[in-house]
Write a protein that binds this ligand. Sequence first.
Ligand code: PMP
Length: 455
Amino acid sequence: MDMSTEPVRTGNDFYGALAARKPEIVAEYRRLTPRSAALTERAAHVFPGGYTRDALLRAPYAPFVVEGAGSTLTDADGRRLTDLWFNATSLPLGHAHPGIVQAIQQQAAKGTAYFAPTEHELALAELLAARVPSFERIRFANSGSEAVMMAIRFARAQRGCPLIVKFEGSYHGSYDDVSWSVSPPLDRVGAPGAPSAVAETGGLAGTEGRVAVLPFNDAATLRAYVQANHRQIAGLLVEPLANRIGMVMPDPAFLAEARSLCTAYGVVLIFDEVIAFRLGYRGAQGAMGVTPDLTTLGKIIGGGLPVGAVAGRADILGLSAPDQAGRVTHAGTFNGNPMTAVAGRATMDALTPELFDRIGALGAYVRDGLTAIADGLPLQVTGAGSLFKVTATARPIRNYRDAATNDKAWESTASLALLNAGFLMTPTLSGCVSAVTTRAELDLFLDAFQHIVQS
Ligand code: PMP
C-alpha cells in the first residue's frame, strides 16, 4: 500500500475536493452500470420510488446483484464487486458457503416449512443457549425488527407498564416504538441532556408514555432519569455497539451504569445484538462482560435466511408459556422454520472462537489501514471486531450529536467512488469483513480509499 500523503486538507476544503468530483464519479457509475439503471427504472413501476428496502437507497441508484460467491458479488452488468457489507453484516461466512448451501438444499428437498416444530429449531436454540449464559430461554422470529418488538412486549408485560427508554441515534429496526430519534436533524434534537423524540417515519402514533429518548453514553443523565422515573419504565434498550451512531462502542461505565440501574429498580435491560452479536463467540455481552436481561438477535444466527430471536431470562420469556395468565403471545408462520434453522446452525457451528479471532484480526487490519489514511484528515474511523466505519467529521464520536456533524454527501460520494472501484459498502461508509475476506482484498480496498481521499 502506498502510504505517501499529500498536504493535509481539512474541513470544507477537504470535503469540497470530492464534492467537485461528484459529477464525474456519478457519470462513471452510470457508464459502468446501465443494466442496474434500467432495472431501477423498471422497479419504479412496482415499488414506490423503485425500492422495497430502505437500507438499499442510494443515489443515483443501487447496483442490482445477480450472484454472490465468497466475498464477491456479480452485479447485473457483469461487474465483480468485493463485498464489504455482506447483506448488512448477516453473512459471516460469505456468500454461498458450501456447507450452508448443502444444509439448505438438503432441507429444501424435505420441505421448507411445516405446521409442526422440528428438531432443527431446537438444535439451533440449544447451540445459542449453550454459548451465552444469559440465554436461558429463546423464541425465534423472522427479523430483527420483530425480535425487538417482542422484547419490548415482554418487558412491558414483566413490568406492567409501557415506557421504553431508547438512545438518541440508535436504530433498532422498523417497529413503531423504536422509530424515534434514529437520525433526527440537529436543529430538532432539543437540549443535550433531554433530547426531543423526533419521529423517524410518517405513520407513528406518538411517544406519550411509551417511549423516552436519552443521550447515548451519558451515564449521569441516564441515572437521573431512571431514578426519577423507574416506576414507569418497563425496559432500557441499548445497542452494545451503536451501529448508526458512527459505529461506536458504549463506554464500559455507561453500560455498567445501565446494568446497575436496571438491577436496582427491576427495569428490564435489553441488549439489541442484531448486529453486535458478531462481536464475539458469546456476542457483545460476552465481549463486554455485561449481562442483559433480554437480548435481541437476527442476521448471523439465520445463516443468510430471514431470522430474529429474543433470548434471555427464563422468568421473563416464561411469560409466553401457555399456562401463564395474561400471557405474551407470539405467533408467526415462519418462526423457527427449518430452512433458517439448518442454515443458522451450519453458520453458528462454523463460528468457533478461533474464527471470531481471525475475523476480528481482519477487522483490526482494515481499521488500522483506514486510521493511517485518515491521519490528519477530518475523518473518524470506528468499529470493533469485524466491523468498521468511516465518518466524515473532524469530531471524535461518542454520541449521536457528534456523529451527526458528518458530511453525508462526502460519505455517499466516497461510497459511490468505491463502487466504481469495485467495493460495496453502505452509502454511509459502514463496512464489515467476513471469514472469506482476504488481506489482499483489504489492501486493494485501502488503496482505493486512499486514492479517493487524495484526489
Ligand atoms: N436492530 C439493529 C441493531 C439492527 O441493526 C437491525 C437491522 N440492521 C435491526 C434491529 C432490525 O433487523 P431486521 O432488519 O432484520 O428487521
